[in-house]
Design a protein around this ligand. Structure first.
Ligand code: SF4
Length: 350
């Protein structure tokens, strides 16, 4: 500035007069915090925010819900799951529907809780629904190791674990800049983000407070007009270049990469995590011979397009009418991290 004072993040944002920029908030928690803190109103009109695929429940495909229901109803297992998944519609109903048909469904707060449930209920076969990204996968690995140490024969997991870097590459044309999820990068470190910048994919790791988010937006708006791919870690109090080495080791010890289906994005090669063969006894698909499922989502639901930034939730014809948090038609309205739920809760327009 002419008076020699450094511009604040807010000054940079408010004085932006560069080219239009599409920023994808990969993480559902970012979507909610940006709404909750009123930051959308502060951003200049040149900024378009796109909600991305960073809500684990939202990207879990319909076929996974069908597999869980099959296990509960056809094999009589007890399903242990995070609460959000219970209301996600499968092809012909949700786990909540299956529960009314006699399925046993227990809500747990962690994979280790599910393992403890199995240890305390040896007369039941227990399957934990293992969804999530690098943030939750280490806990699933820990649960499997605990089950192995305790020689539990009534515990297994149904995996739909996913890894984010492959999704960034699959979505690179949907946005100009990624607002990388702080929680994922805290585990994985920022080296892969730096690698993506070298391939032309720009991004900024952001924290979750107003100050951290404003800083991240200011960095984007300062760097984007320069026209060169960039990366910046704006969450250094939590995220390092190396990430959490114990978490990474645990995943490498128990899981291995595999192709994975993402709701709306299709199969992304090597974007999933499944149990290594030496832990096959804890793999519910192998243990129970789960048949291939071809999930069908409600044709009215546009979750797939919402997750790619092709449309906003209010552009879905049933948003707020047939589809509400009390009566969700798609996963993005069920989950607290879902974009449709955020738009509904905070009254977001297009
Ligand atoms: Fe799917 Fe409901 Fe969102 Fe429409 S509003 S995309 S039906 S979750």
């Amino acid at each position: 500035m002419a008076d020699g004072k450094k511009k604040s993040a807010l000054d940079i944002i408010k004085s932006y007069d560069g080219p239009p920029v599409r920023i994808m908030e990969v993480c559902g928690t970012h979507t909610h915090e940006i709404f909750r803190l009123g930051l959308r109103q502060i951003l200049p009109k040149e900024v378009t925010l796109i909600s991305g695929p960073g809500c684990p429940v939202c990207v879990t495909p319909v076929s996974f819900i069908d597999e869980a229901i099959w296990l509960a109803l056809e094999r009589g297992v007890t399903i242990c799951t995070f609460g959000d998944l219970v209301r996600v519609p499968g092809s012909e109903g949700s786990l909540a529907t299956a529960r009314s048909q006699g399925a046993r469904v227990e809500i747990v707060y962690s994979p280790v809780d599910a393992c403890s449930y199995a240890a305390a209920h040896r007369d039941e076969q227990v399957v934990f629904l293992s969804v999530g990204f690098e943030t939750t996968t280490p806990a699933a690995c820990l649960a499997v190791k605990e089950a192995a140490e305790q020689e539990l024969t009534n515990f297994s997991i149904l995996t739909a674990n996913k890894t984010m870097p492959q999704a960034y590459e699959a979505l690179k044309n949907s946005a100009d800049v990624f607002l990388y999820p702080g929680h994922v990068e805290a585990v994985m470190g920022t080296k892969h983000c730096e690698g993506l910048a070298e391939q032309g994919i720009s991004g900024v790791v952001a924290g979750f407070t107003a100050k951290e988010l404003l800083t991240a937006f200011a960095v984007i708006l300062a760097k984007f007009p320069q026209g060169k791919p960039f990366f910046k870690n704006c969450y250094p109090r939590v995220v390092t270049a190396e990430g959490s080495l114990p978490g990474q080791r645990l995943m490498a010890e128990v899981m291995e990469p595999c192709d994975s289906e993402w709701r709306g994005l299709g199969v992304i090669p090597m974007s999933g995590q499944r149990l290594q063969q030496r832990y096959a006894a804890y793999d519910a698909r192998q243990k129970y011979g789960v048949p291939p499922m071809h999930g069908r989502s409600n044709p009215a639901c546009r979750c797939g397009e919402v997750l790619q930034g092709i449309c906003t939730p209010p552009q879905c014809p049933v948003f707020g009418r047939g589809c509400t948090p009390d009566h969700p038609v798609g996963a993005c309205m069920v989950s607290h991290e879902g974009a449709c739920s955020a738009y509904y809760q905070y009254g977001g327009g297009n």
